[in-house]
Ligand binder design. Sequence first.
Ligand code: SAM
Length: 294
Amino acid sequence: MTLNYNSSSELRIFLEQEKLGMQKRFGQNFLVNPQARQALVKALCAQPNDEIWEVGPGLGAMTSLLLEMKYKVKAFEIDLGFIRVLKKMFLQDENFNLVEGDVMKTWPSHAKEGPAPFLLGNLPYNVAAALLADFIEKGCVFSRMVVTVQKEVAMRMAAPAGHNDYSSFSVLCASVYNVKPFLLIKRESFFPQPNVDSMAVLLEKKTHSNPAEIPRVFYTLVRSLFASRRKTVKNNLTSFLSSRYGKYQAQDLCAAVLKENALNENERAENLELEAFLSLAKSIDNMRVCKQKC
Ligand code: SAM
């Protein structure tokens, strides 16, 4: 079975023949721009036999390119109709492995020790940010990821401290990756056409950062410090510490943590660099150890 992935009209006819509906809730938009597809695969910089996780293969537009490059593809797809097509198209290729179901639920049992795989995905809009955050928080760090996301999500991923788009998600991404948006993909490149433009983003694993050394508290702390953007770090940190140690201790603990980190009471999370969040998390982590010992 061969499919012309560059033609919206041929894809439409194929979907009708196969009695496949497009499901909006799964963010289904096919990338019908061949130059963009090539650019995404090229940005992976993978070698034959490297393991690539592909999230949301759809009808296999990217999958076929990955298999041509002799990569070992593990594809995660939720749509039962697309799964049927993917099996017909690729299951005879020994380098193709299909994981059926919701990637949010299926991926953890496939993450194993050993060299980090690569990841490629024209990510469904509704799960993109949650999935990327889940990988990072559970310590699953890829060598390189090439993801296509809504342009505004890409801006949040790559925003530096002090920028309007800087958020807890920016800090999370920066904790383990160098984040580089590299290709604007206009809405016309997709079928059906979405309402917004997309952006391809390269995430390269930081060589000097060891995810295992990031205290667990870092992730909840970062979210809490951005919880009310207008509030100071002091106020958000006090709420965070209250929820853990009770409101009577929270103020003293907060003052001690701010002092240890030489942070001004009026500082806001949106101006703090990654290193400041890591340092705050380490102080709080040490405090927990101290409190348990006492
Ligand atoms: N890769 C194809 C392309 O570029 O033309 C399709 C990309 S489309 C934007 C997103 C794909 O992700 C769809 O195939 C959709 O069914 C799949 N998908 C959506 N939610 C998913 C989930 N939770 N788990 C696995 N796949 C999902």
